[in-house]
Design a protein around this ligand. Structure first.
Ligand code: PMP
Length: 383
Protein backbone atom coordinates (compact mmCIF):
# COMPACT_ATOMS: atom_id res chain seq x y z
CA UNK A 1 0.00 0.00 0.00
CA UNK A 2 2.84 2.32 0.99
CA UNK A 3 4.62 1.58 -2.29
CA UNK A 4 1.46 2.47 -4.24
CA UNK A 5 1.20 5.73 -2.28
CA UNK A 6 4.80 6.56 -3.24
CA UNK A 7 4.18 5.70 -6.89
CA UNK A 8 1.09 7.90 -6.93
CA UNK A 9 2.96 10.78 -5.33
CA UNK A 10 5.87 10.38 -7.76
CA UNK A 11 3.58 10.31 -10.76
CA UNK A 12 1.73 13.41 -9.54
CA UNK A 13 4.99 15.28 -9.00
CA UNK A 14 6.21 14.22 -12.49
CA UNK A 15 3.02 15.49 -14.09
CA UNK A 16 3.26 18.72 -12.03
CA UNK A 17 6.77 19.36 -13.25
CA UNK A 18 5.75 18.54 -16.82
CA UNK A 19 2.98 21.09 -16.64
CA UNK A 20 5.47 23.54 -15.13
CA UNK A 21 7.70 22.99 -18.14
CA UNK A 22 4.75 23.53 -20.49
CA UNK A 23 3.80 26.67 -18.60
CA UNK A 24 7.36 27.88 -18.76
CA UNK A 25 7.54 27.50 -22.52
CA UNK A 26 4.13 29.14 -22.87
CA UNK A 27 5.39 32.03 -20.77
CA UNK A 28 8.28 32.34 -23.21
CA UNK A 29 11.34 31.92 -21.00
CA UNK A 30 13.23 31.92 -24.26
CA UNK A 31 14.18 29.78 -27.20
CA UNK A 32 16.70 26.95 -27.08
CA UNK A 33 20.16 28.50 -27.49
CA UNK A 34 22.72 27.41 -30.09
CA UNK A 35 25.64 26.41 -27.86
CA UNK A 36 27.53 28.88 -25.70
CA UNK A 37 27.54 31.47 -28.48
CA UNK A 38 23.75 31.53 -28.35
CA UNK A 39 24.04 32.58 -24.70
CA UNK A 40 26.00 35.76 -25.44
CA UNK A 41 24.13 39.05 -25.11
CA UNK A 42 20.54 39.77 -24.06
CA UNK A 43 21.67 40.01 -20.44
CA UNK A 44 19.19 41.09 -17.75
CA UNK A 45 19.03 44.65 -16.46
CA UNK A 46 18.84 44.48 -12.67
CA UNK A 47 17.57 47.22 -10.38
CA UNK A 48 19.99 47.40 -7.48
CA UNK A 49 17.48 47.92 -4.72
CA UNK A 50 19.74 49.03 -1.89
CA UNK A 51 21.50 51.72 -3.96
CA UNK A 52 18.23 52.88 -5.51
CA UNK A 53 16.47 53.12 -2.12
CA UNK A 54 19.37 54.98 -0.54
CA UNK A 55 19.79 57.55 -3.33
CA UNK A 56 16.24 58.04 -4.60
CA UNK A 57 17.54 57.36 -8.10
CA UNK A 58 16.91 54.20 -10.08
CA UNK A 59 20.29 52.47 -10.29
CA UNK A 60 20.16 49.74 -12.92
CA UNK A 61 22.97 47.33 -13.72
CA UNK A 62 23.40 45.23 -16.82
CA UNK A 63 24.28 41.73 -15.57
CA UNK A 64 27.13 41.07 -17.98
CA UNK A 65 28.48 38.27 -15.79
CA UNK A 66 25.52 36.26 -17.10
CA UNK A 67 26.95 36.12 -20.62
CA UNK A 68 27.16 32.39 -21.16
CA UNK A 69 30.62 31.70 -22.64
CA UNK A 70 33.25 33.40 -20.45
CA UNK A 71 30.80 35.15 -18.09
CA UNK A 72 31.72 38.78 -18.77
CA UNK A 73 31.03 41.50 -21.37
CA UNK A 74 34.15 40.27 -23.15
CA UNK A 75 32.07 37.42 -24.61
CA UNK A 76 30.50 39.97 -26.92
CA UNK A 77 33.91 41.35 -27.89
CA UNK A 78 35.62 37.99 -28.41
CA UNK A 79 32.82 36.78 -30.69
CA UNK A 80 32.82 40.05 -32.62
CA UNK A 81 36.62 39.95 -33.16
CA UNK A 82 36.52 36.30 -34.26
CA UNK A 83 33.58 36.79 -36.65
CA UNK A 84 35.23 39.81 -38.27
CA UNK A 85 38.48 37.85 -38.75
CA UNK A 86 36.52 34.97 -40.28
CA UNK A 87 34.75 37.36 -42.67
CA UNK A 88 38.14 38.68 -43.75
CA UNK A 89 39.44 35.12 -44.24
CA UNK A 90 42.03 35.52 -41.49
CA UNK A 91 40.61 32.55 -39.56
CA UNK A 92 38.84 29.40 -40.72
CA UNK A 93 36.55 27.60 -38.24
CA UNK A 94 37.63 24.11 -37.11
CA UNK A 95 41.02 24.58 -38.75
CA UNK A 96 43.02 24.62 -35.52
CA UNK A 97 44.16 28.21 -36.24
CA UNK A 98 45.55 30.00 -33.19
CA UNK A 99 44.28 33.24 -31.64
CA UNK A 100 46.81 35.25 -29.61
CA UNK A 101 45.77 37.89 -27.09
CA UNK A 102 47.15 40.07 -24.35
CA UNK A 103 44.58 40.34 -21.58
CA UNK A 104 44.21 40.79 -17.83
CA UNK A 105 41.92 37.78 -17.99
CA UNK A 106 38.31 38.34 -19.04
CA UNK A 107 38.92 38.63 -22.78
CA UNK A 108 41.22 35.63 -22.66
CA UNK A 109 38.59 33.54 -20.90
CA UNK A 110 35.92 34.51 -23.45
CA UNK A 111 38.29 33.82 -26.34
CA UNK A 112 39.40 30.48 -24.90
CA UNK A 113 35.80 29.26 -24.49
CA UNK A 114 34.72 30.41 -27.96
CA UNK A 115 37.94 28.99 -29.48
CA UNK A 116 36.97 25.58 -28.11
CA UNK A 117 33.47 25.90 -29.58
CA UNK A 118 34.72 27.03 -33.01
CA UNK A 119 37.73 24.78 -33.37
CA UNK A 120 40.61 27.19 -32.68
CA UNK A 121 43.51 27.28 -30.24
CA UNK A 122 43.98 30.14 -27.79
CA UNK A 123 47.33 31.53 -26.65
CA UNK A 124 46.96 34.08 -23.85
CA UNK A 125 49.60 36.47 -22.46
CA UNK A 126 48.71 38.10 -19.13
CA UNK A 127 50.37 39.95 -16.26
CA UNK A 128 51.34 37.60 -13.42
CA UNK A 129 49.77 39.79 -10.71
CA UNK A 130 46.19 39.14 -11.82
CA UNK A 131 44.03 36.86 -9.65
CA UNK A 132 45.21 33.26 -10.05
CA UNK A 133 41.61 32.09 -10.63
CA UNK A 134 41.75 33.62 -14.11
CA UNK A 135 44.86 31.80 -15.32
CA UNK A 136 43.62 28.55 -13.73
CA UNK A 137 40.37 28.88 -15.64
CA UNK A 138 42.24 29.63 -18.88
CA UNK A 139 44.30 26.47 -18.48
CA UNK A 140 41.18 24.40 -17.79
CA UNK A 141 39.65 25.81 -20.97
CA UNK A 142 42.67 24.49 -22.87
CA UNK A 143 44.40 27.80 -23.56
CA UNK A 144 48.16 28.13 -23.56
CA UNK A 145 48.98 30.75 -20.93
CA UNK A 146 52.07 32.93 -20.60
CA UNK A 147 52.14 34.95 -17.38
CA UNK A 148 54.64 37.79 -17.56
CA UNK A 149 55.97 40.43 -15.18
CA UNK A 150 53.84 43.61 -15.30
CA UNK A 151 55.62 46.18 -17.45
CA UNK A 152 54.85 49.51 -19.13
CA UNK A 153 53.45 49.41 -22.67
CA UNK A 154 56.79 50.56 -24.15
CA UNK A 155 58.41 47.32 -22.94
CA UNK A 156 58.51 44.53 -25.56
CA UNK A 157 57.70 41.95 -22.88
CA UNK A 158 54.58 43.80 -21.78
CA UNK A 159 51.68 41.33 -22.09
CA UNK A 160 50.00 42.96 -25.11
CA UNK A 161 53.29 43.37 -26.99
CA UNK A 162 54.24 39.79 -26.22
CA UNK A 163 50.94 38.50 -27.67
CA UNK A 164 51.55 40.56 -30.81
CA UNK A 165 55.07 39.12 -31.07
CA UNK A 166 53.83 35.56 -30.59
CA UNK A 167 51.27 36.02 -33.40
CA UNK A 168 54.00 37.41 -35.67
CA UNK A 169 56.32 34.52 -34.87
CA UNK A 170 53.47 32.19 -35.78
CA UNK A 171 52.75 33.84 -39.14
CA UNK A 172 56.46 34.02 -39.91
CA UNK A 173 56.43 30.24 -39.77
CA UNK A 174 57.97 29.47 -36.43
CA UNK A 175 54.79 27.54 -35.55
CA UNK A 176 53.85 24.48 -37.57
CA UNK A 177 50.07 24.53 -37.88
CA UNK A 178 47.44 26.87 -39.26
CA UNK A 179 47.14 30.63 -39.21
CA UNK A 180 47.91 32.91 -36.28
CA UNK A 181 45.80 35.96 -35.42
CA UNK A 182 46.50 38.73 -32.91
CA UNK A 183 43.03 39.60 -31.55
CA UNK A 184 44.19 43.07 -30.40
CA UNK A 185 41.23 44.03 -28.20
CA UNK A 186 42.75 47.41 -27.27
CA UNK A 187 42.99 48.68 -30.85
CA UNK A 188 40.62 46.39 -32.78
CA UNK A 189 37.44 48.36 -33.41
CA UNK A 190 35.35 45.18 -33.57
CA UNK A 191 35.49 45.66 -29.78
CA UNK A 192 33.48 48.89 -29.44
CA UNK A 193 31.33 47.76 -32.34
CA UNK A 194 30.13 44.76 -30.26
CA UNK A 195 28.84 47.18 -27.62
CA UNK A 196 27.42 49.55 -30.26
CA UNK A 197 25.35 46.75 -31.77
CA UNK A 198 24.69 44.76 -28.56
CA UNK A 199 25.05 46.33 -25.12
CA UNK A 200 23.91 49.82 -26.18
CA UNK A 201 20.72 48.82 -28.05
CA UNK A 202 19.83 46.34 -25.28
CA UNK A 203 20.03 49.09 -22.65
CA UNK A 204 17.93 51.36 -24.84
CA UNK A 205 15.26 48.69 -25.30
CA UNK A 206 15.25 47.46 -21.72
CA UNK A 207 14.72 51.00 -20.39
CA UNK A 208 12.16 51.92 -23.06
CA UNK A 209 14.58 54.63 -24.18
CA UNK A 210 14.56 56.37 -20.81
CA UNK A 211 18.09 56.74 -19.41
CA UNK A 212 19.58 59.81 -17.73
CA UNK A 213 23.13 58.55 -17.41
CA UNK A 214 25.43 55.65 -18.26
CA UNK A 215 28.42 54.94 -16.02
CA UNK A 216 31.30 52.62 -16.89
CA UNK A 217 34.95 51.99 -16.23
CA UNK A 218 37.33 51.60 -19.16
CA UNK A 219 40.07 49.10 -19.80
CA UNK A 220 40.22 48.91 -23.57
CA UNK A 221 37.47 51.56 -23.66
CA UNK A 222 35.29 49.37 -25.92
CA UNK A 223 32.33 49.30 -23.55
CA UNK A 224 32.08 53.01 -22.79
CA UNK A 225 32.69 54.05 -26.42
CA UNK A 226 30.29 51.54 -27.98
CA UNK A 227 27.48 52.24 -25.53
CA UNK A 228 28.08 56.02 -25.66
CA UNK A 229 28.04 56.09 -29.45
CA UNK A 230 24.74 54.20 -29.55
CA UNK A 231 22.94 55.90 -26.65
CA UNK A 232 23.94 59.44 -27.68
CA UNK A 233 22.69 58.77 -31.21
CA UNK A 234 19.25 58.06 -29.73
CA UNK A 235 19.32 60.25 -26.61
CA UNK A 236 21.51 63.32 -27.16
CA UNK A 237 21.04 64.45 -23.54
CA UNK A 238 22.17 61.21 -21.89
CA UNK A 239 25.18 61.76 -19.63
CA UNK A 240 28.14 59.43 -20.19
CA UNK A 241 30.38 59.14 -17.12
CA UNK A 242 33.70 57.33 -16.78
CA UNK A 243 34.33 55.44 -13.52
CA UNK A 244 38.08 55.41 -13.03
CA UNK A 245 40.09 53.57 -10.36
CA UNK A 246 42.95 55.18 -8.48
CA UNK A 247 46.21 55.27 -10.42
CA UNK A 248 44.57 55.45 -13.86
CA UNK A 249 45.26 58.39 -16.17
CA UNK A 250 41.87 58.40 -17.92
CA UNK A 251 40.17 60.50 -15.22
CA UNK A 252 42.56 63.37 -15.94
CA UNK A 253 42.25 62.85 -19.68
CA UNK A 254 38.48 63.29 -19.48
CA UNK A 255 38.55 66.13 -16.93
CA UNK A 256 41.55 68.15 -18.10
CA UNK A 257 42.59 66.71 -21.47
CA UNK A 258 45.92 65.36 -20.19
CA UNK A 259 46.81 62.05 -18.59
CA UNK A 260 49.25 63.44 -16.09
CA UNK A 261 48.10 65.78 -13.35
CA UNK A 262 51.12 67.01 -11.37
CA UNK A 263 48.86 67.89 -8.45
CA UNK A 264 47.42 64.41 -8.12
CA UNK A 265 50.43 62.57 -9.52
CA UNK A 266 47.98 60.12 -11.10
CA UNK A 267 48.58 58.62 -14.51
CA UNK A 268 52.31 58.40 -13.96
CA UNK A 269 52.69 55.12 -12.14
CA UNK A 270 52.65 51.52 -13.19
CA UNK A 271 49.12 51.02 -12.05
CA UNK A 272 49.11 47.24 -12.14
CA UNK A 273 52.22 46.98 -10.02
CA UNK A 274 51.50 49.12 -7.04
CA UNK A 275 48.48 51.28 -7.26
CA UNK A 276 45.25 49.32 -7.12
CA UNK A 277 43.75 45.91 -6.50
CA UNK A 278 41.08 46.63 -9.11
CA UNK A 279 41.45 44.50 -12.24
CA UNK A 280 40.34 45.12 -15.81
CA UNK A 281 39.81 48.89 -15.77
CA UNK A 282 42.06 51.94 -15.55
CA UNK A 283 44.87 52.57 -18.01
CA UNK A 284 47.46 55.23 -18.74
CA UNK A 285 47.13 55.56 -22.49
CA UNK A 286 44.40 56.36 -25.00
CA UNK A 287 43.53 53.28 -27.06
CA UNK A 288 41.65 53.33 -30.39
CA UNK A 289 38.64 51.91 -28.60
CA UNK A 290 38.63 54.68 -25.98
CA UNK A 291 39.30 57.34 -28.61
CA UNK A 292 36.27 56.15 -30.64
CA UNK A 293 33.88 57.55 -28.02
CA UNK A 294 36.11 59.90 -26.02
CA UNK A 295 34.42 63.11 -27.08
CA UNK A 296 31.05 61.78 -25.93
CA UNK A 297 32.23 61.26 -22.34
CA UNK A 298 30.81 64.10 -20.25
CA UNK A 299 32.52 63.54 -16.94
CA UNK A 300 34.74 61.22 -14.90
CA UNK A 301 34.50 60.01 -11.30
CA UNK A 302 37.55 58.77 -9.39
CA UNK A 303 37.04 55.66 -7.22
CA UNK A 304 39.50 54.50 -4.57
CA UNK A 305 40.26 50.87 -3.69
CA UNK A 306 38.76 51.50 -0.26
CA UNK A 307 35.48 52.64 -1.80
CA UNK A 308 35.45 49.67 -4.20
CA UNK A 309 36.08 47.06 -1.52
CA UNK A 310 33.46 48.57 0.81
CA UNK A 311 30.93 48.68 -2.03
CA UNK A 312 31.60 45.03 -2.94
CA UNK A 313 30.85 44.08 0.65
CA UNK A 314 27.77 46.34 0.74
CA UNK A 315 26.30 44.69 -2.38
CA UNK A 316 26.59 41.24 -0.83
CA UNK A 317 25.15 42.33 2.50
CA UNK A 318 22.19 44.26 1.12
CA UNK A 319 21.39 42.69 -2.25
CA UNK A 320 23.11 39.30 -2.30
CA UNK A 321 25.08 40.45 -5.34
CA UNK A 322 28.64 39.02 -5.37
CA UNK A 323 30.80 40.88 -7.89
CA UNK A 324 34.38 41.53 -8.90
CA UNK A 325 36.37 44.72 -8.59
CA UNK A 326 35.40 46.61 -11.76
CA UNK A 327 31.69 46.11 -11.01
CA UNK A 328 32.24 47.52 -7.52
CA UNK A 329 33.99 50.58 -9.01
CA UNK A 330 31.04 51.06 -11.38
CA UNK A 331 28.57 50.93 -8.48
CA UNK A 332 30.55 53.45 -6.40
CA UNK A 333 30.61 55.85 -9.35
CA UNK A 334 26.89 55.30 -10.07
CA UNK A 335 26.09 56.10 -6.43
CA UNK A 336 28.27 59.23 -6.44
CA UNK A 337 26.58 60.34 -9.65
CA UNK A 338 23.12 59.74 -8.13
CA UNK A 339 24.10 62.04 -5.28
CA UNK A 340 25.30 64.69 -7.76
CA UNK A 341 22.18 64.50 -9.92
CA UNK A 342 19.69 64.24 -7.04
CA UNK A 343 16.67 61.91 -6.68
CA UNK A 344 14.48 60.88 -9.60
CA UNK A 345 17.14 60.01 -12.17
CA UNK A 346 17.75 56.70 -13.90
CA UNK A 347 21.37 55.61 -14.02
CA UNK A 348 22.60 52.52 -15.87
CA UNK A 349 25.88 50.77 -15.18
CA UNK A 350 27.45 47.31 -15.67
CA UNK A 351 28.16 44.33 -13.44
CA UNK A 352 31.09 42.89 -15.38
CA UNK A 353 32.09 39.72 -13.61
CA UNK A 354 31.51 37.59 -10.52
CA UNK A 355 33.43 37.83 -7.27
CA UNK A 356 34.30 34.14 -7.71
CA UNK A 357 36.96 35.27 -10.19
CA UNK A 358 38.52 37.56 -7.58
CA UNK A 359 38.58 35.43 -4.42
CA UNK A 360 42.35 35.31 -4.05
CA UNK A 361 42.99 39.01 -4.65
CA UNK A 362 40.21 41.61 -4.44
CA UNK A 363 38.05 39.56 -2.06
CA UNK A 364 41.08 38.51 -0.04
CA UNK A 365 41.85 42.15 0.72
CA UNK A 366 41.54 43.01 4.38
CA UNK A 367 39.31 46.00 3.62
CA UNK A 368 36.67 43.72 2.12
CA UNK A 369 36.73 41.22 4.95
CA UNK A 370 37.17 43.87 7.60
CA UNK A 371 34.51 46.41 6.65
CA UNK A 372 32.05 47.29 9.38
CA UNK A 373 28.70 45.59 8.89
CA UNK A 374 26.65 48.74 9.39
CA UNK A 375 28.83 51.12 7.40
CA UNK A 376 26.58 53.65 5.64
CA UNK A 377 26.52 54.26 1.92
CA UNK A 378 27.41 57.91 2.55
CA UNK A 379 30.51 56.79 4.36
CA UNK A 380 31.45 54.38 1.58
CA UNK A 381 31.29 56.91 -1.22
CA UNK A 382 33.01 59.57 0.89
CA UNK A 383 35.87 57.36 2.13
N1 PMP B 1 35.65 44.73 -16.20
C1 PMP B 1 36.45 43.69 -16.37
C2 PMP B 1 36.41 42.58 -15.38
C3 PMP B 1 37.32 43.65 -17.46
O1 PMP B 1 38.16 42.61 -17.61
C4 PMP B 1 37.32 44.72 -18.38
C5 PMP B 1 38.19 44.71 -19.60
N2 PMP B 1 39.55 44.58 -19.44
C6 PMP B 1 36.48 45.82 -18.16
C7 PMP B 1 35.65 45.77 -17.07
C8 PMP B 1 36.53 47.05 -19.04
O2 PMP B 1 35.91 46.95 -20.28
P1 PMP B 1 36.50 47.64 -21.57
O3 PMP B 1 37.73 46.90 -21.96
O4 PMP B 1 35.40 47.51 -22.57
O5 PMP B 1 36.82 49.06 -21.29
Amino acid sequence: HQLRQHQKAASKSASDSLSNIENASQKGVGAIKEGIEGCIGDTPLIKIKSLSDATGCEILAKAEFLNGAGNSPKDRVALSIIKLAEEKGLLVPNSGDTIYEGTVGSTGISLAAICRARGYKAHICMPNDMAIEKSDLLLKLGAEVERVKPAPIVDQNQFVNLARTRAREHTEGKEKHGRGLFADQFENEANWHAHFTGTGPEIYEQTGGSVDAFVSGAGTGGTISGVALFLKSKLPDVKIVLADPQGSGLFNKVKYGVMFDPKEREGTRRRHQVDTIVEGIGINRVTHNFEAGRELIDDAIRVTDQQATSMARWLVEHDGIFVGSSSAVNCVAATKLAKQLGPGHRIVTLLCDSGARHLSKFWANKDVGGAEDDVSLDKIVAS
